[in-house]
Design a protein around this ligand. Structure first.
Ligand code: FMN
Length: 266
């Protein structure tokens, strides 16, 4: 199959998923690339339609061993009529559990044909200089791996004449999924007096949980604890306060020091 047009979809509050997504696209090296960043709430208002003449690449972070619940409505509305599809998850060096299987199941239900899947490692959303978790990931080796994965996807497509020739790509995970994708409702962000109310935290929040006029006001019902507001603050005015999220970051920092490696399934 001659695949010159790629639609690259990613959700990436703290940027690691986007970095992996771009390296995969670089490896595929298509004639035309459309990036669809679904991190902002506005970007998730439009449904996506794709056709069998293009390649769809969907890259999402792992939340609680699952696809982030926030995305399932948008992903389930995909209309991917026989579109060859690449499913990729990025996780914070703990585990991706059922997330890759879940993503693959969603795109299949929406008409996509999974042709390749992969799991990469990104610095954990809860990582900080005091409690690093997978700090600096994806690193140079991860990104070379992602580019090589992109090249393998191109080779696989070139080796077939139609998507009907693609056999099932087996990925780890179990269905029914082990974990509940519901996130906690938790007060975990401290804002100090370095804050200048520049509003960037509200701008980068993928759920509009941060008040644009008063950055200390956070709607905990819709906050997904992604830490985009903490990591993007130009004044470093935001941090984690003692909370279940801080406890999780302590556990992650202690238990998951051994670097995991990328995996691909073709
Ligand atoms: C609410 C939440 C749950 C997470 N759950 C997991 C998990 O189950 N396993 C894991 O290894 N990492 C987990 N992570 C870490 C992210 O998957 C990881 O840091 C990813 O690289 C973040 O992507 P981003 O930089 O594009 O935002 C979680 C992060 C958040 C915010």
């Amino acid at each position: 199959m001659n695949m010159e047009s790629v639609k690259l979809v990613y959700f990436s509050p703290t940027g690691t998923t986007k970095t992996v997504a771009r390296s995969i696209a670089q490896g595929i090296n298509p004639g035309s690339l459309e990036s669809i960043d679904i991190t902002s709430p506005d970007a998730r208002k439009q449904p996506l339609l794709t056709s069998e003449n293009e390649l769809l690449v969907v890259v999402v972070p792992v939340y609680m061993g699952r696809v982030p619940a926030l995305l399932t409505e948008w992903l389930n509305a995909l209309q991917a009529h026989d579109t060859p599809t690449v499913c990729v998850v990025v996780y914070g060096n703990r585990a991706y559990e059922d997330a890759l299987l879940e993503l693959k199941n969603i795109v299949t239900k929406c008409g996509g044909i999974p042709i390749a899947c992969a799991a990469y490692i990104g610095e954990h959303s809860f990582s900080s200089s005091e409690r690093p978790v997978a700090q600096g990931r994806p690193d140079k080796d991860d990104l070379s791996h992602a580019e090589a994965f992109g090249r393998k996807i191109r080779e696989k497509l070139e080796s077939i004449s139609s998507v009907s020739q693609v056999s099932d790509v087996h990925v780890p995970g179990v269905y029914p999924y082990t974990r509940d994708s519901k996130l906690w409702t938790v007060d975990f962000i401290a804002v100090n007096d370095q804050c200048t109310q520049c509003g960037l935290c509200a701008e980068v929040c993928p759920t509009s949980a941060v008040d644009s006029q008063n950055s200390s006001l956070i709607n905990q019902e819709i906050c997904i604890t992604c830490c985009a507001c903490i990591k993007n603050c130009p004044q470093n005015a935001r941090s984690m306060k003692p909370s279940p999220v801080m406890d999780a970051s302590i556990r992650l920092n202690t238990l998951f020091k051994e670097p995991k490696q990328p995996e691909c399934f073709l």
